[in-house]
Ligand binder design. Structure first.
Ligand code: ZN
Length: 245
């Protein structure tokens, strides 16, 4: 009986020793991991590097002076203040930055000469108007039963969050068909092929959603000037990628 108990105690003793050893090894591993984490942080700095890679627009804007026609506005680069540009009032009440008007008018004249009839559905929007458009979209999703956080996320895929819309710059236009004489498909196709010649780019192309932060919009054109537009069109890139160069 005594012998059996001795064996039992000694087995328990062995077991405790093993548990203690495993504890020490685990602790050592934790220390090694923490040490490595600190080393990596020192190596790369405390900036979240993955975000830099995902958003190529991050780097470019801080370094050089950017001309007015290449100003980048997206969800990662919101407008700092309302634009002080001068505007041209279009015949349907929409406004655009005065500097893009001649090229816009020429583009429309040439399209019409080819039997394609575009209209500017939306031009410049004030910050207040952009906020209203965004809030309406969020409200519509909430009406469908989504909670606010989700509704905002969904709305943000279609309408730029106030401050991050190019419409607030006056350099972007939503172009649709004059429905009596053309259809949207014809207008979008013509624009996709020709807008670059007049300094406009399809700002939110298909397959570039991760870079632009906005879903494909065949109607949204942004003025960048003829030189940039030609390169962006020929290389099939976005404004973000162009500025990154
Ligand atoms: Zn637009």
């Amino acid at each position: 009986m005594v012998a059996a108990r001795t064996i039992h105690i000694s087995r328990n003793h062995e077991k405790n020793k093993r548990i203690a050893a495993m504890g020490i090894i685990s602790l050592l591993l934790v220390f090694i991991c923490a040490f490595l984490a600190v080393c990596i942080r020192i190596e790369f700095g405390s900036v979240p590097i993955d975000i830099k890679v995902l958003n190529p627009a991050d780097v470019s804007m801080e370094t050089a002076e950017v001309p007015w026609n290449l100003v980048l506005v997206n969800k990662w680069h919101p407008l700092q203040e309302e634009t002080e540009a001068e505007f041209t009032l279009l015949s349907n009440g929409q406004q655009v930055d005065k500097r893009i008007y001649p090229d816009l008018q020429q583009m429309f004249d040439d399209a019409r000469a080819e039997g394609v009839y575009p209209i500017v559905r939306e031009g410049y929007r004030t910050h207040k108007q952009q906020t209203e458009v965004y809030d309406d979209k969020v409200a519509a999703y909430m009406k469908e039963g989504y909670i606010r956080v989700i509704a905002e996320k969904l709305a943000g895929q279609w309408v730029a969050v106030p401050g991050s819309s190019e419409h607030e710059l006056g350099l972007a236009v939503d172009i649709n068909a004059d429905k009596d004489r053309s259809d949207n498909y014809t207008v979008y196709s013509w624009l996709a092929d020709n807008a670059w010649k007049y300094g406009f780019i399809l700002r939110y192309p298909q397959g570039k959603e991760r870079i632009t932060g906005i879903d494909y919009e065949p109607w949204h054109y942004r003025y960048v000037g003829k030189e940039a537009a030609e390169q962006i069109y020929e290389e099939g890139i976005t404004l973000e990628e162009y500025l990154e160069k």
